[in-house]
Ligand binder design. Structure first.
Ligand code: PMP
Length: 387
């Protein structure tokens, strides 16, 4: 399915199962970026010449496309370098000074832990059960004990693929006057997102995990909160007036986009979103690959899976009893299968499970059941060698 759209696969026979880290890019994304560089490369929001106007229009069109894709208004989209920068922006421009406590889940990526620590916020953690799910009653009592906090939780766990019930988490948080940030890094390529029907306050994501380029992502924020926020960085493009005594800033979202932006990347991001939009049966494909991978893995001896939950998307994580995950990763790589081993930047949940890391297969629209069969064969071979 769709492999022919990706030039990466025309040059090799690799099986690429590390999509939660970054996905491959379709030709349409590369073409859009190339067109900018070869026919209208110039800086944006700056001046009167025709090329600059065209580049500005394309960049702003990307913002509009992204806004529409997640059901937002265009002035609620701040382009950032990715999810990490979006969370850091929110931490220093809004959360620090307004909140004492941030409530996280045990499944969070380090990008949703460190920005709070660096800004001296108190962290409370909602644990997960043996299937790695959040218990909503326990969550409600934690939120009730910590009203007026920021809840910051991942939409889909990058380490285990768990899809959190974010609509319920948001509703409960709002009952206790909390605000909610959802880390959507893994969700953009796998789920339909509608920020208005979710009533989420903030939502962060990266293009490169959703067939787009690296170096670009966004923070969605309800406009009323963007208006309250101070700039994250200062520099060109984000000001009304500057003097040595004082400066005034543009309205959001421009106030948060200091300096020359990732113009080609924004244009590539737009092409990636348009590409995703025309894919039919994306979620069904995702589900069938995951179910197939799970039942194939369960047929192996000594397999350890970490959840039997049905609410999973994108990734499956496992270990083989008595064998180090990295040894498996190395032997699979030698057989041209690229998957990820390690802690997946989610050390707290690894520690809670008493493990150093896992082996993770993560899927995209170009992966097939045949590739899963080949991976299972290669895995069996690796196990035989290592035993
Ligand atoms: N959160 C999650 C759940 C992720 O999977 C990732 C990337 N692995 C991030 C945050 C950080 O994304 P980025 O590195 O693109 O900023």
């Amino acid at each position: 399915m769709n492999k022919k759209d990706f030039p990466f696969f025309q040059n090799n026979e690799l099986i690429y199962l590390d999509n939660a880290a970054t996905s491959q890019k379709p030709q349409v994304v590369l073409d859009a970026m190339n067109e900018y560089y070869t026919s209208y490369c110039s800086n944006i929001h700056r001046g009167s010449h025709e090329l600059g106007n065209k580049a500005t229009e394309s960049y702003e069109e990307a913002r509009r496309t992204l806004a529409k894709f997640i059901g937002a208004q265009e002035n609620e989209i701040v382009f950032t370098r990715g999810t990490t920068e979006a969370i850091n922006l929110l931490a220093s421009s809004y959360v620090k000074g307004n909140f004492d406590t941030v409530i996280l889940s045990e499944l969070e990526h380090h990008s949703n832990i460190l920005p709070w620590q660096l800004n001296d916020l108190h962290i409370e953690v909602i644990g997960v059960d043996q299937d790695l799910n959040i218990n909503l009653e326990e969550y409600e009592s934690l939120v009730k004990k910590n009203p007026h906090s920021l809840v910051s939780i991942t939409h889909i766990s990058n380490a285990f693929g768990i899809v959190n019930p974010i609509k319920e988490l948001i509703q409960i948080a709002h009952k206790y006057e909390c605000k909610v940030l959802i880390d959507g890094a893994q969700a953009l390529a796998h789920l339909k997102i509608d920020v208005k029907s979710l009533d989420v306050d903030f939502y962060a994501f990266s293009a490169h995990k959703a067939y787009g380029p690296t170096g670009i992502g966004a923070l969605y924020a309800k406009y009323e909160f963007l208006e309250e926020m101070n700039p994250y960085q200062g520099g060109g493009s984000m000001i009304n007036e500057v003097s040595f005594e004082y400066s005034t800033f543009l309205d959001p979202p421009f106030r948060f986009e200091a300096g020359t932006q990732a113009i080609a990347e924004a244009i590539g991001f737009k092409a990636a979103l348009e590409y995703i939009k025309q894919i039919k049966g994306l979620q069904a494909h995702d589900k069938s690959l995951l179910e197939y991978a799970k039942s194939s893995l369960e047929a192996l001896d000594d397999i350890i899976l970490y959840t039997q939950a049905k609410n999973v998307s994108g990734s499956i994580s496992f270990n083989i009893k008595g064998i180090h995950h990295d040894d498996i990763g190395i032997l699979l790589s030698k057989q041209n299968i690229m998957l990820r081993t390690g802690h997946h930047c989610a050390m707290p949940i690894m520690k809670r499970l008493g493990i150093e890391g896992t082996i993770r297969m993560s899927f995209a629209i170009y992966n097939t059941k045949e590739e899963i069969d080949k991976t299972i064969n290669a895995l069996s071979k690796a196990i035989r060698i290592l035993r």
